[in-house]
Write a protein that binds this ligand. Structure first.
Ligand code: IFM
Length: 465
């Protein structure tokens, strides 16, 4: 029996600020998740362990000492979850493939049961009229590859190309889009410099090398997948935040510029200009990555889109990031400032700085807020609804300034495993009761649905007119 409530129409009005903006008829509305955060079934049907399976077993690294073993049981409940997505009225579902589910050791033999799962999932989307947006690497590297150095070992770039081509051959004729990596900055920085994410390495030199290997593997995989002449569009997803100087002083401006360099230009410059930014290379000094002749050209291959994951801004002084609590802005449960203007500023800056980036999507945007289920059995998440309203409106403002936006996806469809924060932080527009796995659409889901339905009906009317 299904344990989710399908999304009916919102009693509340839709998203009023967003509804006042203009979105083009082909704009894609979606919701997003990732494999490790929702699937569970960590060792089912031949799946191999990922670095996150291993990492979660280290004491003290996950806030609530949890792991991804069960998560949202999406591996078992995928049909019900696709029905839920369909009932939201959206065009697209962004999901990721777990590499160790389809290739347990990250090389050689494929796991047919794992491939069949994603094939069913994609066919299920198509049967429901949903466009599949696939991400290849949302952080769950096969542990067997970590055992030989993981992303710090150049060999992993070759393994990634094999994986990408295998998935592209199997699913590339059905999916609308394939992104190579999700947020390579997180993998490099949080996984290898601060070590708060898997694989838990704390070494700036390795982190820089990892970022280079991620970019190189991206370029190599794009070239290899391009040769297959897929109908899917090909790109990458980056996390970004505009970095504002705390004051107009030269010192603060230089510090903000460097932070922007480390987060945004370090990835965008190689992708679109074929070089690393000099100020960041200078900052890294001896820790700068080893780059073989020809690597930068391999990275700078044409892509169809850049996905941008936006949550908040950075406010930077010469002494480091300014404490979020001092700004007076609303903070999410992650302690991140709610700052929709930052999304417009960021998107406009990308259009200005990277004219080669022809198509942009917001591939993640949303907020964690503590949402208890009310006595009426509903989740009245007015904070999240407001967050979505103002951020979608911010995308509308970017469109009005000529930014080539292709779509917007809410992070996340479901409450899920929020990495080092465990299950304590809830990003979903659908509440998950982890004891029963019951899914309850929050008010934000109802409002998003109403908004999207309105957009789609305007689209139809425009076509008929
Ligand atoms: O949950 C993550 C997601 O996996 C990647 N982007 C940021 C989200 C919220 O932290």
């Amino acid at each position: 029996m299904s344990s989710s409530t399908p999304v009916s129409s919102a009693a509340s009005s839709a998203l009023p600020t967003a509804a006042a903006k203009d979105f083009p008829a082909d704009f894609v509305w979606g919701v997003a998740t990732s494999a490790f955060q929702i699937e569970g079934a960590h060792d089912a049907d031949g799946k191999g362990p990922s670095i996150w399976d291993t990492f979660c077993r280290q004491p003290g690294v996950i806030a609530d000492a949890s792991n991804g073993d069960v998560a949202c049981e999406h591996y078992q409940r995928w049909e019900e979850d696709l029905d839920l997505i369909k009932s939201l009225g959206v065009d697209a579902y962004r999901f990721s493939v777990s590499w160790p589910r389809v290739q347990p050791t990250g090389q050689g033999d494929w796991n047919e049961a794992g491939l069949a799962f994603y094939e069913k999932l994609v066919d299920g989307m198509l049967a429901r009229g949903l466009k599949p947006y696939l991400t290849l690497n949302h952080w769950d590297l096969p542990q067997a590859l970590q055992d030989i150095g993981g992303w710090g070992n150049r060999v992993t770039t070759e393994r990634f190309v094999e994986y990408a081509v295998g998935i592209a051959k199997r699913l590339g004729g059905k999916v609308a889009s394939i992104a190579t990596h999700n947020e390579p900055w997180v993998v490099a920085q949080l996984g290898h410099e601060s070590g708060v994410f898997a694989p838990g390495i704390k070494d700036r030199r390795i982190a820089a090398q990892v970022s280079h290997h991620l970019l190189l593997s991206h370029g190599l995989a794009i070239t290899a997948m391009r040769a297959l002449k897929l109908k899917a569009s090909l790109g990458i997803v980056l996390n970004m935040a505009p970095m504002y100087p705390a004051t107009d002083s030269d010192a603060d401006r230089t510090a903000a510029r460097l932070e922007d360099g480390k987060l945004r230009r370090w990835y965008m410059d190689p992708l679109f200009e074929g070089r690393y930014p000099q100020d960041v290379l200078d900052y890294l000094g001896h820790d700068a990555p080893y780059v073989e002749a020809g690597d930068m050209a391999k990275i700078q291959v044409p892509i169809d889109f850049v996905g941008i994951n936006y949550y908040s801004r950075g406010m930077i002084s010469a002494n480091g990031p300014v404490d979020n609590k001092t700004s007076g802005l609303e903070l999410t449960d992650m302690g991140w400032e709610v700052y929709p203007q930052g999304l417009t500023d960021l998107l406009v800056s990308i259009k200005r700085d990277y004219p080669g980036a022809k198509r942009l999507y917001v591939t993640e945007n949303g907020g964690a807020f503590p949402d208890p289920v009310g006595a009426d059995g509903r989740v009245h998440d007015a904070d999240r609804t407001r967050y979505l309203d103002t951020h979608i409106a911010a995308v509308g403002d970017a469109l009005a300034q000529g930014v080539p936006m292709g779509g917007y996806m809410v992070w996340s469809l479901l409450d899920n495993f929020e990495w080092a924060s465990g299950y304590a932080k809830r990003f979903g527009i659908v509440h998950v009761d982890y004891a029963t796995q019951r899914r309850t659409p929050k008010d934000s889901a109802l409002a998003y649905k109403d908004f999207v339905v309105q957009q789609v009906s305007q689209r139809r009317t425009a076509r008929q007119g």
